[in-house]
Design a binder for this molecule. Sequence first.
Ligand code: COA
Length: 316
Amino acid sequence: MRYDSPSQGELELRPARPDDLDQVARFCLALDPDDWMPEVFPAWAGRQDGTLAVAVAEDQVVGILGHALPTPREAYLMGMRVHPAYQRQGIAKALTNYVTDQAFRAGAQVARLTTRRDNVAAQALLDATGYRRLGSWDIVPDWNWAAAMPPASQPGVSRLQVRQARPEDLEWLRPWVAETSRDPDASGLVAQPGETFEVMSLTGEGLASYIEAGEGWVAGPPGFASGDGAFALLDRHSQDWILRQFIGVLPAAAHLLATLDGLIRQAGQGVVNVTLPGRQFQLLVEAGLTGYEPEWWPGYVCQRTKQDSRGETGIS
Ligand SMILES: CC(C)(COP(=O)(O)OP(=O)(O)OC[C@H]1O[C@@H](n2cnc3c(N)ncnc32)[C@H](O)[C@@H]1OP(=O)(O)O)[C@@H](O)C(=O)NCCC(=O)NCCS
């Protein structure tokens, strides 16, 4: 696809090809010597299904952006970078519109992405491309939980109970999780374990399947329910864990954290990816999470719906 950038002249937007790797690696590593894009590029570009796009100007690859479909109706954009010498020329704007459009053509009704809260450029760009900020999204990636976190103390409330969630808990968990979706933050979303922790909706069906898989944990006083309890989703994904939902009130939340902490230590494999809506991350901190500063990734989740997008792309 050809696109006329106001200051760049002609820009070509097209699916990435495996032989773009050298040029992509060069500008990605110039932006960040530790960038993970060159590592994942061969697999992503090898799919050749249009989910990874590049921008080409003056016969050079100068920008990249991909999307995944964590569910058939939800897209997640990732890996946006523009060559340092070609920034502020409308390239990211064109790529964002192009990739969002590709995702909608593939059936998605909503497209989302996360960006760091200190990334002023990306936030201005997202504003300019019709993306709306849903709320905070906090990630502690590849975190060595057992080494960095002092053991969580069990709150001295012996009547609190913790156990794995059971299918019969769905009766009170479902409306509770649905209620959190109405919060004016990113609650109602959940990270998909995998390479990039794509964010998607937490549906009742999803909840049931996570509980079925033994990933749900509940805590509270005897006979607890949503008002005085806590709920977490902790999943073991290959060698690592992912904590991707943490709802509730204190002290049940503290008790739940202490139990999950024990579980993670006992398993002897302490790498945990915490990826949560901001309010849930805040609750986790109130419940006793500490020691995460060095690799903390405070972000925002932003989204654009297909409905909002009519006439938005400006791509001919
Ligand atoms: C963020 C990034 C992709 C923007 O790429 P870009 O091609 O320069 O962006 P565009 O030229 O399309 O900018 C579109 C709009 O975004 C905003 N914007 C872009 N860069 C900006 C900056 N440095 N400061 C403030 N606003 C900025 C502006 O509103 C701009 O419109 P304008 O130039 O008419 O004012 C680029 O800076 C980059 O690669 N950064 C490093 C990687 C990164 O942060 N990726 C985003 C991860 S979510």
